[in-house]
Design a protein around this ligand. Structure first.
Ligand code: AHG
Ligand code: MN
Ligand code: MN
Length: 329
């Protein structure tokens, strides 16, 4: 049965319907969060359109600049960043956006009550080779009063203050997976109707898994406990799976069970991944799906941010696997 036929029989729930139903459970709700999702959805569809055309139009390759973190920026990084910022600023429901691709806070509507953090294009190194990439987002309620420009304290909040978080995976199909602290739900984009439809209700991650995901090229520089854990994974004949797009590695492990890590190394004591754009949203999703996320010594969601582009070591996934690695550190 096609989605259109299912829709006629009322068997399809679109993302917008689902969000409206969730919102109706909170009668006093202003609806602003739902509007942010509307804007995210639009930008996601635009990025999806660009990703699907990559190779045919001139959007592959380097942009020719580096970001504030010293990384090479790809054309699609810039395009995705602009598409999300444009959609969210026209929507008018965010007072500020912080982005991996923006050096500083981007101030939007001072009357709005939400701040959005994003990694507009995750897995940049995979763009040119047609492997899965993603977008990660996270939403906070501002702490400063409405009506004035957002301040640092609005943008640098602990992960446990997130109101919502999610990702879009541009993979063999395109999905949007999100949480508002009430479980995790996944929606698949049906291109024939141009909408995300509920395909993975109430996602939970297995307590144990058989997959470990880590860049083993860095093995020699890992802390001893991490090395020992990796050896144990090999002794147990677990599967190593790592594509180098956090969204794709995370999505697979969420569904199948497993552990994802980007630990500290001698050269990069805080690892590589960014707290505000990558670790916090994924940690929120992990916990909401029943898993655990830690730096190795602290729950990710409790880390007090000090800088926009701050990095933290991260270990996340199936709860028993994370606890076991933690006990070896
Ligand atoms: P981004 O493309 O947003 O810079 O993120 C890349 C990240 C993440 O997606 C992935 O898990 C990690 O970098 C891979 O890094 P390594 O190549 O060092 O393993
Ligand atoms: Mn990323
Ligand atoms: Mn990125």
């Amino acid at each position: 049965m096609t989605t259109i036929e299912m829709k006629k029989q009322n068997k399809v729930t679109t993302l917008s319907q689902f969000i409206a139903e969730e919102q109706a459970k909170y009668p006093g709700s202003s609806g602003n969060l739902s509007k942010i999702f509307r804007d995210i959805k639009l930008a996601a569809k635009m990025v999806n359109r660009d990703v699907r055309k990559a190779g045919l139009v001139d959007i592959l390759g380097a942009h020719g600049s580096t970001n504030i973190q010293g990384e090479e920026v790809k054309k699609l990084d810039v395009i995705a960043n602009e598409e999300f910022i444009h959609s969210l600023s026209s929507g008018g429901d965010c007072c500020a956006i912080i982005s991996e691709e923006e050096d500083y806070v981007r101030h939007l509507n001072p009357e709005a009550k939400y701040v959005l953090a994003m990694d507009p294009l995750d897995g940049s190194s995979n763009i040119d080779v047609n492997a899965a990439i993603g977008t990660i987002f996270s939403i906070y309620r501002r702490v400063s009063p409405l009506g004035s420009e957002a301040i640092e304290a609005d943008c640098l909040q602990k992960g446990e203050n997130q109101v919502a978080a999610g990702y879009i995976i541009y993979g063999s199909s395109t999905m949007l997976v999100y949480t508002t602290g009430n479980g995790v739900n996944g929606f698949t984009l049906d291109g024939s109707i141009g909408d995300f439809c509920l395909s993975h209700p109430n996602m939970t991650t297995p307590e144990d898994g058989k997959i470990y995901s880590v860049n083993e090229g860095n093995y020699n520089k890992f802390p001893e406990g991490v090395k020992k854990y990796i050896e144990q994974c090999k002794d147990k004949a677990m599967s190593a799976r790592y594509i180098g797009s956090m969204v794709a590695d995370f999505h697979r492990n969420l569904i199948k069970g497993g552990i994802f890590m980007y630990p500290s190394t001698a050269k990069a004591p805080n690892g590589k991944l960014r707290l505000m754009y990558e670790c916090n949203p994924m940690a929120f999703l992990t916990e909401q799906a029943g898993g655990r996320a830690t730096t190795g010594s602290q729950r990710i969601l409790e880390v007090e941010p000090t800088e926009l582009h701050q990095r933290v070591p991260v270990i996340m996934g199936s709860s028993n696997m994370v606890s076991e690695l933690e006990s070896m550190l």
